[in-house]
Design a protein around this ligand. Structure first.
Ligand code: MRU
Length: 367
């Protein structure tokens, strides 16, 4: 997408210095747009774990490029194969919920296993990383086209000029992928098609990916939006102010249960109670064919208490400040994700079309 008129992906190889991976440091947004160089697999692992980059698709592509750096480093090691495997292990240990990370590493390891020489393996890790990034972009573009048809049918039922109101949670925008995004792709496609859109942006405590990242993205694209505290969606739905919900996903089980940012489940319940369609937008790389029951099987990341206790903001004097929100003695819990059972999901918008959240439909779409 464009930032100040210049096109960016979220992760790429530095032009003329391909041994350096470049990312956008998402911890700094919306205050500062900063590109950071990553030179080692350890630096990539830290960037994923500490959420310089985040979002399932972006994590996957960054890890795929991390494998290219692991492979470069392994060329200096007496045991190339073992060294790349250790690199893979470091990357796999960063974040547990988004299955796209494992998918990308497995794809790299499969490519490595086919190489006949270390040099060939090295080239393959670079090619595979570039393919993973390019495929992410084309999948998101296709998600946009399929999601657009849903928005168009809602728009046909509206009074002329009335916007389609879409509620989204967390950030499943281009920052969460390599480009375009999943939940935002239909929104960007609708804008291009001339359909007026208004987005309700859940703040998404504790890290505020909605108010910090999604709102920044939508502002860059000139899309009307309103930031709401996380508890507001149900009230808006009761008063017919939401036409549809679109969220992303970090892992979809084969029967269609969806793990996504904490709070997604409550939005799905409110949507069901109010007859509001609840869509999940995600590429096929988010489906974990090995898992069936999301509630029992998906590993839910728990992060540090400080993310709940501390909040960063900018003072009116333009100074960044972090403050504590509650008593030092009070403990906090920080579950990163929850699971929305398939029965609450109207459909999954994928690169293969809008698919029912059930095993037979997912199987048909992706076989
Ligand atoms: O903890 P994060 O910021 O990585 O979580 C991101 C989300 O939950 C997104 O909604 C999700 O990754 C789906 S979009 C790729």
């Amino acid at each position: 997408m464009l930032v100040d008129g210049k096109p960016y992906r979220t992760v790429w190889l530095k032009p003329d210095e391909p041994h350096i991976v470049q990312i956008i440091d998402q911890r700094k947004l919306p205050w500062k747009f900063e590109v950071v160089d990553l030179r080692t697999v350890d630096e990539v692992a830290r960037a994923i774990k500490d959420m310089w980059v985040r979002g399932a698709g972006c994590i996957a592509a960054t890890a795929a490029y991390g494998m290219w750096l692991a492979s470069l480093e392994a060329m200096r090691d007496p045991d190339y194969k073992l060294a790349t495997k250790l690199g893979a292990r470091k990357l796999l240990q960063t974040r547990p919920t988004a299955v796209n990370l494992m998918w990308a590493i497995e794809r790299q390891l499969a490519a490595l296993s086919k190489a006949r020489t270390d040099i060939q393996a090295l080239e393959m890790t670079r090619e595979t990383a570039e393919s993973i990034a390019d495929e992410d972009v084309s999948a998101c573009r296709a998600i946009g086209e399929h999601g657009l048809t849903l928005i168009q049918s809602i728009y046909r039922g509206k009074k002329p000029g009335e916007p389609v109101n879409i509620l989204t949670h967390c950030n499943a925008g281009w920052l969460a992928f390599v480009d375009i995004g999943s939940a935002t792709a239909p929104i960007y496609a609708a804008k291009k098609a001339g359909i007026p859109i208004h987005v309700w942006v859940d703040e998404t405590r504790p890290r505020n990916q909605g108010s910090r990242l999604t709102a920044w993205e939508l502002s860059q694209e000139g899309i009307p939006h309103t930031i709401i505290p996380d508890n507001t969606g149900g009230h808006l739905m009761q008063h017919e102010k939401v036409d549809m919900v679109i969220t992303g996903a970090d892992r979809i089980t084969r029967k269609g249960d969806v793990a996504n940012k904490i709070g997604t489940y409550l939005k799905a319940l409110a949507a069901k109670d109010n007859g509001v369609p609840f869509y999940v937008a995600a590429p096929g790389s988010t489906i974990d064919w090995e898992m069936n029951d999301g509630l029992l099987e998906v590993p839910i990341e728990q992060r540090g208490e400080e993310e709940v206790a501390l909040i960063e903001g900018m003072t009116s004097a333009g100074k960044l400040e972090t403050v504590r929100l509650f008593p030092q003695a009070s403990p906090a819990a920080n579950y990163g994700f929850d699971v929305t059972p398939a029965r609450h999901i109207t459909g999954i918008i994928t690169e293969r079309g809008v698919v029912r959240a059930d095993e037979a439909a997912l199987d048909r779409a992706f076989s």
